[in-house]
Design a protein around this ligand. Structure first.
Ligand SMILES: Cc1cc2nc3c(=O)[nH]c(=O)nc-3n(C[C@H](O)[C@H](O)[C@H](O)COP(=O)(O)OP(=O)(O)OC[C@H]3O[C@@H](n4cnc5c(N)ncnc54)[C@H](O)[C@@H]3O)c2cc1C
Length: 427
């Protein structure tokens, strides 16, 4: 076994004739959620995914607020029945090797939704895609969208290369609304040259999957661990998965991880592991499964999130940084917001940018709360432990963000107190 992908590859090839109210490009959590919920409203929905399913994806740790979208999708029972480890908390180890007390989400909010999961993404993403099919969306895999079609400034459909029984066909498909859920490919923003990197987060990651790493017991068995190395040069994630597998990755400035002077990914991982005794100890008896994987340049945002007949969701709208495991949550949430907006826009016959993207200013403010916390995490000399000692009144706001409750007012006070680092407004 190399990577945690479970199940043989499957292709779905429904009739793509249409007509379609909504075409969703991409079958990750954001696209599948948008497709599922717009189909549930009764609209004619086609989702085009370039891979077969299941497909591998990094990003295994959920945060508690995913519960509500999973509940709306009718997937909570399936999650409870799954082998995915329960995640009660996240724990940080600082660059000075000081362990924070674990942030137990259910101590902060004693309710069922406060316990979340560590997921194998191939299984989790497929679960949502299957739900979209059950709710009536047509899902076509091995369907690579090569263009979004516009009439003047209005999106009117897509062009795609679709594989059916070994043959590849080029098709043009019309739709009232096109949803870009292409993840880091960010199809529309890339084409529109509207993809803006965050200059403060020019990062890269190297990660691998290990069997036999040391795990904690009981409530802590499924915890995410975040461990910084001296001077905050890099940090490791430790995410326990089923079958005694753990995902361990190292993130740092791009220039610190990659380049000819640094050697292979395995060399760099080994170099950083030496600087992180707590992680070294956990991996001492572990066996690595498969090769190391790498990715870079993942933190960016789109200037415009919606236009006439089109809307962006999930990573295709923007991505911050993996440290607080916010990516899947934001994919689900933006999918949900977009589905409601699309339904209202289709019902009223007004597919303007304002209608399709009316949720986005509020959404961006929520994302900014994660972003500000990410900036603080990377700021040399800043310590959450010291901050909370000086400002115990903000403990609750901090845990709210770690849980994902970012779409509520009142978090700004904490960031004012958290000087010196504040983000530029995201517009
Ligand atoms: C190093 C790293 C670690 C991370 N760790 C976490 C974590 O622990 N927890 C967490 O919540 N998040 C994590 N994330 C982020 C998380 O993985 C993403 O935010 C999440 O997958 C976004 O979902 P999405 O549906 O927007 O995009 P994706 O899941 O990427 O799905 C996009 C889909 O679009 C398809 N596609 C792309 N282009 C086309 C095309 N032209 N035609 C048809 N299909 C297309 C792709 O095949 C893909 O299936 C991490 C990210 C990184 C980089």
């Amino acid at each position: 076994m190399n990577l945690p992908v479970s199940g043989d590859p499957v292709d779905y090839c429904p009739d793509t004739e249409g007509p379609w109210d909504v075409i969703v490009i991409g079958g990750g959590p954001a696209g599948a959620t948008t497709a599922a919920l717009t189909a549930e409203y009764g609209h004619r929905v086609l989702l085009l995914e370039r891979s077969t399913v299941p497909r591998f994806h990094v990003g295994e740790s959920l945060i508690p607020e995913t519960w509500w979208t999973l509940q709306r999708l009718g997937l909570i029972e399936q999650m409870k029945q799954s082998a995915f480890p329960r995640k009660y908390s996240v724990q940080f180890v600082s660059d000075g090797f000081r362990e924070s007390a674990p942030f137990y989400f259910d101590e902060h909010r004693p309710q069922e939704s406060s316990v979340t999961w560590q997921v194998v993404r191939s299984e989790f993403d497929r679960m949502i895609l299957e739900r979209a099919r059950e709710l009536g969306a047509a899902v076509h895999t091995s369907a690579h969208v090569t263009d979004v079609l516009f009439e003047n400034d209005r999106a009117v459909g897509v062009q795609a290369q679709i594989r059916r029984q070994g043959d590849t066909q080029r098709v043009r498909l019309a739709a009232s609304v096109v949803v870009d859920a292409t993840g880091q490919s960010a199809f529309l923003s890339s084409r529109r040259k509207d993809r803006h990197r965050d200059p403060r987060l020019l990062k890269a990651s190297i990660w691998g999957y290990f069997r036999g790493a040391r795990r904690d017991r009981g409530r802590d068995e499924g915890a995410t661990l975040i461990m910084q190395t001296p001077e905050k040069k890099s940090w490791f994630w430790y995410i326990p998965l089923p079958d005694d597998i753990v995902s361990v990755g190292c993130t740092a400035d791009l220039s610190f991880l990659f380049g000819p002077q640094h050697g292979t990914a395995a060399d760099v991982f080994a170099r950083e592991l030496k600087r992180c005794p707590a992680m070294q100890e956990r991996l001492a008896r572990a066996e690595r499964l498969g090769e190391f994987l790498t990715t870079k340049d993942f933190s960016w945002s789109s200037g415009q999130g919606a236009g006439h007949g089109w809307v962006l969701v999930g990573d295709a709208f923007g991505f911050i940084d993996p440290v607080y495991s916010s990516g899947v949550y934001l994919a689900l949430k933006s999918g949900e917001f977009a589905a409601d907006a699309i339904h209202e826009a289709l019902s009223d016959g007004d597919l303007s940018a304002e209608r399709l993207g009316h949720w986005q200013p509020m959404y961006r403010r929520g994302v900014d709360s994660f972003r500000r916390l990410v900036y603080a995490f990377y700021t040399p000399g800043f310590s959450f432990a010291t901050f909370l000692k000086e400002h115990p009144e903000y403990h609750s706001s901090l845990v709210d963000i770690l849980i994902g409750d970012v779409f509520r007012p009142g978090l700004e006070d904490m960031f004012d107190a958290m000087q010196p680092e504040q983000p530029a407004p995201s517009g």
